[in-house]
Design a protein around this ligand. Structure first.
Ligand SMILES: Nc1ncnc2c1ncn2[C@@H]1O[C@H](COP(=O)(O)OP(=O)(O)OP(=O)(O)O)[C@@H](O)[C@H]1O
Length: 585
């Protein structure tokens, strides 16, 4: 992660530039036009003020003098006529400015929001395509934090960057207006801005540091939030609610403390800029009146410029702090993306599935000298499971057993194409598992994991997820095979019933049966059930496995299970212990 705000800021600006492409010049042009209109409006105030203050005696030369004499030449002789012409021009300018401001705000918003969505989508894409072992490596709270909190902070950064661009253009316009009124005071104003900028840049480092601390703390909050939600039941049973709530309170107290520090820093900067601006306003008054000899009108316009510029500068410099403060969120997203990119590399060449021409796997499944590895935190390979020689014939129901943590799930994950073997071969008929064949390979596998996945949607949508087409008749048939038909018929809307909150109203075993039915609906040549019946009672499990055995046909069914039912019905048993898979005799 970049240590200095400038590194992260450069990366962020680079990313925005490449996202915005040709839209950026048009957006900047509209922002600049809005600023020019603002500046022209202020400069136009000068002849209006001169006309009011001099009450028709007129001023010689200069911008006001030239404009007023031009107005006399075109027939506006009296101060009232001149005020009328200038007032009308001013009004037109205000209307034009309002239209340009509207356009500017919409363009800026589209750019800022579009960029945030672009980063959000890119992150999701990388996550979706990352290699499975790597996704397992990340903590859920870490990913959630990036998708929610960090993306939210990036949106805030974009808001400040957009405002910063607008405010800087406006400040430039005020500065030019000040030079037009009085070059001497214009130079002084420039000095004041430079001084404020020095303060702001020095403070940016501190804001960045605070932002990094906030990153760490918000990750902690997300971790405690997921712990709080997932651990509620266990905590209630163990009467540990107070401990859970206390940990959560501590982690949010830390983020609050960092936020307070940042607000205090923002206030200090705002105070400093305001004091500098007040000093400058006094200098304008004294120097403008006593030394430069500005007229009443010029002093009035100068005061208007300073009054508009000061809050602008306060907002710009405060915005710079907010950008530096939120930058670590962007840096964190980028760091995670780099890790996901790295992880995605082995699969990057995965060819898309060409349904017509793909050679589909099928027949004998063979694992030869196969070894599955992941990288530890130092990037060193760690072997999770290996097997010398395993052969599984079509038409077999295979039980995979062994102690907890032995490597059973990892073994079926490699067969399911979720891992690439680091060494050796996994072949199915004539097809060898690799990046080229992986999609065709996976198209022939239905996988039911131990943790049932139910999303908010109807029962039918859940059963047909993803990309499965089936008639209601077939759906009912598969529900019956998974002993889930009575669950669905008991629901008021049957297949059209909306399942909410991950099917929270169903029991663990009921959710597992629905997910089993989903797997059975897929026209697959291999079914992998990874402890997919673990929450069912033995009689129910027995009926389901017995049914699967009867209907196995020429398919392969792999069942990871600790249950005797699976052992009883199995044609073949594989024992996994200490990361080594062997045929059990
Ligand atoms: N991505 C990973 N990085 C590091 N270690 C991992 C990873 N995935 C799994 N492991 C480790 O590999 C070992 C085997 O895990 P696996 O889930 O395959 O075991 P299992 O036999 O299915 O266990 P259980 O019966 O408890 O589900 C475990 O010690 C696990 O912690």
């Amino acid at each position: 992660m970049a240590g200095k705000p400038s590194g992260g800021l450069r990366a962020l600006l680079g990313a925005i530039l490449s996202f915005a492409g040709p839209r950026l010049p048009a957006t900047i042009a509209v922002v600049a036009l809005a600023a020019v209109l603002e500046g022209v409006g202020l400069v136009l105030l000068l002849p209006v003020a001169e006309t009011v203050f001099s009450q028709g005696s007129g001023s010689e030369g200069g911008l006001s003098g030239n404009l007023l004499s031009w107005l006399s030449n075109v027939g506006a002789d009296t101060p009232l006529e001149q005020l009328l012409v200038m007032g009308s021009a001013f009004l037109l300018l205000i209307i034009l400015r309002a239209l340009v401001l509207m356009k500017r705000d919409v363009m800026m918003m589209q750019l800022a929001q579009g960029f945030v969505d672009h980063i959000r989508r890119g992150f999701f894409d990388r996550l979706a395509h990352a290699d499975w072992p790597v996704i397992k490596r990340f903590r859920k709270s870490q990913l959630l934090n990036s998708i929610t909190t960090n993306i939210g902070r990036l949106a805030v950064t974009m808001q400040f960057l957009s405002n910063g661009l607008v405010l800087s253009m406006m400040s430039l316009a005020y500065l030019v207006a000040a030079f037009v009124v009085s070059p001497v005071l214009g130079v002084a104003l420039l000095g004041m801005i430079a001084l404020g900028l020095v303060f702001a840049v020095i403070w940016m480092r501190r804001s960045h540091r605070l932002g990094r601390n906030l990153n760490r703390a918000s990750r902690g909050v997300m971790h405690e939030t997921t712990r709080f939600l997932e651990g509620m039941k266990a905590a209630k049973a163990a009467r540990a609610e107070a401990e859970l709530a206390e940990r959560f309170a501590q982690s949010i107290a830390e983020t609050r403390a960092i936020s307070v520090q940042f607000v205090m820093q923002q206030s200090r900067l705002r105070n400093a800029v305001q004091v500098i601006a007040a000093c400058f306003a006094l200098i304008v008054l004294l120097v403008g009146f006593g030394i430069v000899g500005l007229s009443g009108g010029e002093l009035l316009v100068m005061a208007a410029i300073v009054l508009r510029l000061a809050p602008n500068l306060v907002a710009t410099f405060g915005g710079l702090q907010s950008i530096a403060h939120a930058l670590p969120a962007f840096e964190s997203i980028r760091a995670l993306e780099a890790e996901l990119d790295e992880a995605h590399r082995p699969w990057r060449s995965s060819a898309p599935l060409d349904n017509k021409n793909a050679v589909l796997p099928g027949g004998l499944l063979r694992l030869k000298d196969c070894r599955v590895e992941v990288q530890d935190d130092h990037g060193d390979p760690v072997t999770l499971v290996q097997s010398d020689q395993l052969e599984i014939a079509p038409g077999s129901l295979v039980h995979i057993g062994g102690p907890s943590g032995a490597g059973k799930s990892t073994l079926v994950e490699v067969i399911a194409g979720l891992h690439l073997p680091a060494r050796g071969d996994v072949t199915w008929g004539d097809v060898s598992l690799n990046t080229e064949t992986r999609r065709a390979w996976q198209s022939q596998i239905a996988f039911a994991p131990q943790e049932p996945f139910i999303f908010d949607g109807t029962v039918r949508e859940n059963l047909l997820w993803p990309n499965c087409e089936a008639s209601d008749e077939l759906i009912r048939e598969k529900l019956a095979e998974a002993e889930a038909d009575r669950i669905v018929s008991a629901l008021p809307d049957g297949l059209d019933e909306e399942l909410l909150d991950g099917g929270a109203r169903l029991s663990g075993g009921e959710r597992q049966r629905l997910c089993l039915a989903r797997a059975l609906l897929r026209p697959a040549r291999m079914f992998i059930l990874d402890e997919a019946t673990s929450a069912m009672d033995p009689q129910l499990e027995r009926r389901i496995i017995g049914g699967l055995r009867e209907r196995v046909g020429d398919r392969i069914i792999l069942m990871v299970s600790h249950s005797l039912n699976a052992v009883q019905y199995a044609d073949m048993r594989i024992a996994v212990s200490d990361g080594r898979a062997r045929v059990a005799v």
